[in-house]
Structure formats: structure tokens, C-alpha cells
Design a protein around this ligand. Structure first.
Ligand code: PHE
Length: 350
């Protein structure tokens, strides 16, 4: 744990052990240079304490770049709630309320929203004690609801720019696109893609999503063990992190990776591995900012649905284009280019 924290370049980490449930809560605040830190709350089972802490630290850094690149005046943070193996779901409500109290005590240093393992209903609960520092409540409780469709719109828009860069045209018509994870982001993305005439194939582990897209939409469903070796134009990771690694990258048969999941690269070298294979990678924190823009825009900046859609589309396309051009001109990876642009904006704000 010591080395993880020593190597991390962020500002503050708050670690709390929730005695009644045995859960660990990590609130990582990477940067408040552009404003109070904001980032989702992720709740899941981790193999160990280290990997939970590491997830929070890395994700908070990505949030910082995400906001810097999208022009939203927030810094970056993230919470990981690592639940124990024998977690009693009955105690979930009370745990979320205690976590809301922690957020409240930070007094506006950190704002949160949903992430993996969290729903709008959970945000309602956290907000009972954590208000007004909670984004993404249900519409019934005054929030903007699910951010999945807005994230998907951003990914969809980013794919068009990636296609232009690689194939010379923005259109996704006829492109073969593999969506990994057909949940709230992947599912909405599939609908955008179908409307644009793409040939969509997908993979998922949840029976409900499989039935919906395979049986009702007649889409080809790829089994989890084949997902990295299927031939396609674009691979869109919309489920887990670390799916791009030294085992999967050599198998890929796509030209573009562009998806909604956070932390897609297992380690920094994976950006080079992708480039060496001639695969254009749309950095995750650039292309998946649509959800955060939607929640913050609708709930804190008085944007309308239409404002959000325009800003998500234009914002992501402009930045992504800039990143692809910079990467090509300087012969660096798109990940390195994204970092340069983000660091630039961060230092400008100092
Ligand atoms: N978890 C989301 C993300 O990673 C959404 C989010 C972040 C929502 C911050 C509100 C605030 O972008």
C-alpha cells in the first residue's frame, strides 16, 4: 500500500473501514486544480485491498484528464467501495448512507456520481446524507437519471472521427463493430450503431442482455473466450477495465478500439502495443466523458437535453481529432497525445 501511494501523483486519499459491513472505502482525490474533484463511486468485490486501492487511484487520475479535456470545471476524483465476500445486501442502504456522510463532511471537496455497481437509485440513497454533492439521482428525486445513453452518444461520435482517420470517411454504415458489454452504455451504443447502418456484433455475460440483443434484435453474440480474436473494424469495450493487455492485444483483428469502459489499458505499455499493431486507440477518458457531461450539465449547469447532445458530440469529436493529429504528427501514441493535451490545459489553469 505504501508504494502505491508513494508512486501516485494525486493530492489526497481518504481510506475508511466500515466496521458494520467490513467494506473498505477509498476516496481518491487526484486533482482540484480545475475545481472541486468529481468522479463516480464504484462498488464491487475485489480480490484484495491493494487492487481496490489501485483502482481508485488510477480512476481518479483518469477523471482529472477527462474533465480537463472536456472543458468542465471540475477536478478528478473517484471512490471505490470494496465490499467483502460475505457482504449482506440488507446492509447496503446503511452503508451508502454512511458513505454519504463522508462525502458531506468533505464539504464540497469531492462530488460523486454513479459508476460500476451503482445505480441512480443508489445515488438517491447516498444523497440522503451526502446532498448536495451527489450527481445522477433518479428523475423522481430531482436528478437526471441514467448517464448510459449520453456516454454511448459520445462513444458513437468518437467512433466517427476514428473512422475518418483510419478509413477516410466518418460514416459507420456497413462497418463491423463489436460491442463488449451490452449494459447501460453498450446497449445504448448498439442502438445508435444500428441506426447508423453498422453491422453490430456483441458479447455479454448477463442472460438478460444476451436475450435482448441476440433474440429480439437478431444480433450475432460472441462468446467471452472469442471476443478478442473476432474480426471487425471497431472493437468497443463497454464493460470491464484492463481488457487491453499483453494477452489480448496480440489477438485483436480490428483497426480501431473505441469504447466506453474506464481504464481499458492494463498498463501504460499497452498503448504502444496497440500502435505497433496498427490499431488506432481512442483513449477511454476522452471518448467516455459523455455521461459525466450529461449529469453535471443537466444538474449543475442548466443545460437542456439538446445542449448536452451537441456539446457531447462536438466536444468529443474536436478533442479526439486533435489527439489523433498530434499523435500522428509527433509519432507518439494517442494515449500520450491525450495526456499532453490534458496536461497542457491543467498547467494553463494553474
Ligand atoms: N462514472 C462516470 C464517469 O466515469 C460518471 C460520472 C462522473 C458522473 C463524475 C458524475 C460525476 O465518468
Amino acid at each position: 500500500m505504501e508504494s502505491l501511494l508513494k508512486e501516485w501523483d494525486g493530492e489526497t486519499t481518504i481510506i475508511s473501514y466500515d466496521k458494520p459491513t467490513g467494506a473498505w472505502i477509498f476516496i481518491a482525490i487526484f486533482s482540484t486544480r480545475l475545481g472541486p474533484a468529481a468522479g463516480g463511486t464504484r462498488m464491487k468485490l475485489y480480490s484484495d485491498f491493494q487492487s481496490a486501492l489501485q483502482d481508485a487511484l488510477r480512476l481518479s487520475e483518469a477523471m482529472t484528464y477527462k474533465f480537463a479535456l472536456s472543458g468542465i470545471s471540475f477536478g478528478g476524483g473517484k471512490t471505490v467501495i470494496a465490499i467483502p465476500r460475505d457482504f449482506d445486501t440488507q446492509s447496503r442502504h446503511a452503508l451508502l448512507r454512511r458513505y454519504g456522510e463522508m462525502v458531506q463532511k468533505l464539504g464540497g471537496l469531492f462530488y460523486t456520481g454513479p459508476d460500476v455497481g451503482m445505480s441512480s437509485t443508489d445515488m438517491d440513497i447516498i444523497s440522503e446524507t451526502g446532498s448536495p454533492y451527489v450527481f445522477g439521482r433518479t428523475p423522481k428525486s430531482g436528478g437526471a437519471g441514467s448517464s448510459g445513453p449520453a456516454t454511448a452518444l459520445g462513444v458513437f461520435s468518437g467512433m466517427q472521427v476514428a473512422c475518418e482517420h483510419v478509413f477516410g470517411e466518418r460514416s459507420l454504415n456497413g462497418r463491423r463493430i463489436l460491442v463488449q458489454g451490452a449494459g447501460s452504455v453498450g446497449g445504448a451504443l448498439i442502438e445508435y450503431l444500428r441506426r447508423a447502418g453498422a453491422v453490430v456484433i456483441f458479447s455479454d455475460v448477463e442472460e438478460k442482455s444476451i436475450c435482448r440483443f441476440r433474440d429480439d434484435f437478431s444480433l450475432q453474440c460472441i462468446s467471452a473466450d472469442k471476443v478478442y480474436s473476432v474480426e471487425c473494424d471497431i472493437f468497443a469495450p463497454c464493460a470491464l477495465g484492463a481488457v487491453l493487455n499483453n494477452k489480448t492485444i496480440p489477438q485483436l483483428k480490428c483497426r480501431v478500439v473505441a469504447g466506453g469502459a474506464n481504464n481499458q489499458l492494463a498498463e501504460p505499455e499497452d498503448a504502444e502495443r496497440l500502435r505497433d499493431r496498427g490499431i488506432l486507440y481512442a483513449p477511454d477518458y476522452v471518448i467516455n466523458v459523455g455521461g459525466a457531461m450529461f449529469l453535471i450539465g443537466m444538474e449543475a449547469q442548466d443545460w437542456t437535453q439538446e445542449n448536452v447532445e451537441n456539446k457531447v458530440t462536438e466536444g468529443i469529436q474536436t478533442v479526439l481529432q486533435q489527439i489523433f493529429e498530434l499523435a500522428a504528427a509527433k509519432n507518439i501514441t494517442t494515449e500520450a497525445a491525450a495526456r499532453q493535451v490534458a496536461e497542457n490545459r491543467l498547467s494553463f489553469a494553474r
